[in-house]
Design a protein around this ligand. Structure first.
Ligand code: MOS
Length: 725
């Protein structure tokens, strides 16, 4: 194993655990004052007046922005990746918890005290606060996947094939609203220097934040700098530049001081999106020997009645291509309610969609009296039946095989309620994981000094996946230097452009740019030496020529009077999307133990096997896989944002009532990487691992609960009352 792939410890690990890593709210910005949000207490209507007189007279108060007095923004068109509302541009209220004022004061305590004295008068309208099971007003998304995909698709005749099928499964699955709950809240410090704006903000996308702020504030993007060296978890809620970042910049301009705005945990539930509720109707038809002849997936997902843009959770895309089914139909519909705009949350679409699909496959296996893994293999897609293209690579069969073997799946009795440990029911379940391989144009700069030190720089983000580390590894290998000599720098929009750290695309985008920059740097060094770039290699601080002669780089640089040498390159996607269906794959095997007397469900064993292309760092990859699987446990057993139907307010908007898995909920997880670099996908051969591991976990757990208890739970999360004797 070279440097790429080696399980080296995170280069930023020590800074993080010792508290030296600085997050957005911790940036030292002298003279910063504090902003606090005031949020609506009704779910629908109009703010008639925000009464600020009492608060304005309180100590330290500098300004109170309201819909009446807030500066007008330059561009308030709601659209994807640009969410200008609610930025106090009008008085409409579309959900409970919508921001209706911003109080700015010298200290945080003064701002909080004053915010508590701001009162609003409303005209309250009738509100629909929850997406229920009434789908009468469901509508077709207008801008599905930003126009890149169709909300509806069909091949063959799914309905006719279903009606003719000897074995039929028809079931409805529901998943709840969930919130991302990163450890680090959204936080922004905004500082104006004349017409130049500097923003420290918690984001998955520094250049996206720059573009959005410039556009909304009506200034040139070149006058905006966004800095974010560390992001304390994002999971999708920091991919978009949400209103609080904009409001901080507006407030800073109003008071002519740097302004810090940090959301509290409750505000994290109303200010930066969530995973929408879904209701999914699945219909499968099969022959008695297990060929699935018809698949229909009708997905309904929650949207906002507010004029905030559109977000449609793409729950059915996996159903289009995961199995070799000749007749398939998929639809996506939205149901709008008085809540905020939903957004991307870890594997948006695949996470909720695979719960429905992979549960339905398990139900079909039970109906056929067939092993669920055998049923999946019986319908294995050798090429993408939706796109009609070969996969760039697909080692799902190897994931099934390796995972099943490590788990001992072959010993599984077919019927439910057959395994016991004393009074505890034991069940084994499995499900498939998949996620698209995404990649965008990205740039990187490499600078090598005569002292051998190398800096690699890109305007990407570290959201916890290990980007600092993998950037250093790829650079070290490409330049033939020890990884300890490489310093990675990221999280600054002033640096070469990189895409959003979302869609699991960072490695495929940024690290291919690093390789390209290394090629460019090698070419520059070769040119200095008068050699052909294609014939030289870099190793141990030397340029190795075609005849094996070595030229020390420090000597070469000195000869040309240089201290350092630098190269920037861009890596852009090629035609791989036209030629191939691009996906990562995986398989989960889970053992649950259910105590029917008290309804306790414990996950006892888990094997996750993944085809994620080339593994860049065995340690960070395993860490990412474990993290994603644990996220899946939350979805399966714990997470649900509860809405009070009367007020439309979230009743568990905190980390004690909104349950997430803790160590005691997690078994020792076995991870397997079926490593096959995918050169069809990109030069480095990486396939993306950010979101893949969470996909399928909820279904695997639900399938295991069925196997343990004989009860099929189709509504997440699975709870005590679902399995009580
Ligand atoms: Mo991820 S939900 O694409 O940040």
């Amino acid at each position: 194993m070279g440097i790429i792939g080696a399980p080296i410890a995170r280069v930023d690990g020590r800074a993080k655990v010792t508290g030296r890593a600085r997050y957005a709210a911790e940036a030292a910005v002298p003279g910063a004052v504090h902003a606090v949000l005031v949020q609506s207490t009704i779910a629908a209507g109009v703010v008639l007046a925000v009464e600020t007189a009492a608060a304005e007279g309180m100590p330290g108060v500098l300004a109170i922005l309201t819909p009446q007095n807030a500066p007008r923004l330059a561009d308030v068109r709601p659209q994807a990746q640009l969410v200008p509302n609610p930025t106090l541009q009008d008085a409409t209220v579309a959900y409970n918890g919508q921001t209706i004022a911003v109080v700015v004061a010298e200290t945080l305590q003064q701002a909080e005290a004053a915010a508590a004295h701001v009162r609003a008068r409303y005209r309250a309208d009738e509100a629909i606060t929850e997406m229920g099971d009434d789908l009468a007003d469901a509508y077709v998304p207008k801008n599905f996947r930003n126009g890149m995909r169709k909300p509806d698709s069909a091949r063959g005749d799914a309905d006719a094939a279903f009606n003719a099928a000897p074995v039929q499964i028809s079931a409805t699955y529901t998943t709840p609203v969930e919130h991302h709950n990163p450890m680090e809240p959204h936080a922004t410090i905004a500082r104006w220097d004349g017409d130049r704006l500097t923003v420290w903000t918690a984001t998955q996308y520094v250049s996206g934040a720059r573009a959005t702020l410039a556009r909304l504030l009506g200034i040139d993007a070149g006058n905006v700098r966004v800095i974010c060296p560390f992001t304390g978890g994002g999971f999708g809620c920091k991919g978009t530049t949400w209103p609080p970042a904009v409001l901080a910049a507006m407030a800073a301009r109003s008071v002519n001081r740097p302004v810090k705005l940090v959301l509290d945990r409750r505000q994290m539930y109303t200010s930066n999106g969530f995973r929408p509720r879904t209701l999914q109707k699945l219909r499968l038809g099969a022959t008695p020997d297990g060929q699935i002849v018809s698949l229909r997936h009708d997905g309904f997902t929650q949207m906002s009645l507010g004029d905030f843009g559109e977000f449609a959770e793409p729950v059915g895309l996996a159903s289009e291509m995961l199995y070799a089914v000749p007749n398939a139909a998929v639809t996506h519909r939205l149901v709008a309610v008085n809540q905020g705009l939903p957004t991307y949350m870890r594997a948006p679409g695949e996470a909720s969609g695979s719960f429905a699909l992979e549960s339905a496959i398990d139900e079909m296996a039970a109906a056929l009296n067939m092993d669920p893994l055998d049923l999946r293999l019986r319908n294995y897609a050798e090429s993408d039946p939706h796109e009609n293209r070969p996969f760039s690579s697909k080692a799902l069969r190897e994931c099934y095989r390796a995972g099943a073997e490590a788990f001992g799946w072959a010993q599984r009795p077919l019927a439910p309620r057959c395994l016991r440990d004393g009074d505890v029911l034991v069940g084994w379940g499995m499900a498939t994981a998949l996620y698209p391989i995404n990649r965008s144009a990205a740039q990187a700069t490499l600078r090598m000094g005569a002292d051998g030190r190398v800096f690699v720089r890109s305007g990407t983000q570290e959201i916890g996946g290990g980007t600092y580390t993998t950037m250093a590894q790829v650079t070290a290998e490409a330049l033939g230097v020890p990884v300890g000599q490489v310093t990675a720098q990221l999280g600054d929009s002033a640096w070469p452009h990189a895409p959003v750290s979302g869609g699991s695309q960072t490695s495929a985008s940024v690290l291919n740019a690093v390789v390209a920059a290394a090629d460019a740097l090698r070419a520059r060094l070769a040119a200095l030496a008068g050699l052909d770039a294609r014939q030289v290699q870099l190793a141990a601080g030397t340029l190795v020529g075609p005849d094996g002669t070595r030229l020390r780089i420090d000597v070469l640089l000195a000869r040309h009077g240089l201290d350092t040498i630098e190269a920037t390159a861009e890596s852009v996607p090629g035609d791989e999307k036209q030629r191939f269906s691009l996906h990562s794959f995986g398989a989960h095997f889970v053992e649950v133990q259910v105590d029917p007397a008290i309804g306790r469900i414990r996950i006892a064993r888990h094997v996750g096997a993944f085809d994620t292309g080339r593994v860049l760092n065995a340690r960070t990859a395993r860490s990412q896989a474990i993290g994603g699987i644990i996220y899946g446990y939350g979805m399966a057993l714990l997470e649900k944002t509860e809405v009070d139907a009367e007020t439309g307010r979230y009743v568990n908007a905190n980390l004690s009532d909104y349950l997430v898995p803790v160590n005691a909920d997690v078994p020792d997880i076995v991870t397997i990487f079926v490593e096959k670099p995918d050169r069809n996908a990109n030069p480095l051969g990486v396939k993306g691992l950010g979101e893949l591991p969470t996909v399928g976990v909820a279904a695997a757990v639900a399938n295991a609960v069925y196997h343990a208890t004989g009860r099929r739970v189709r509504d997440l999360p699975i709870r005590v009352e679902d399995v009580l004797a």
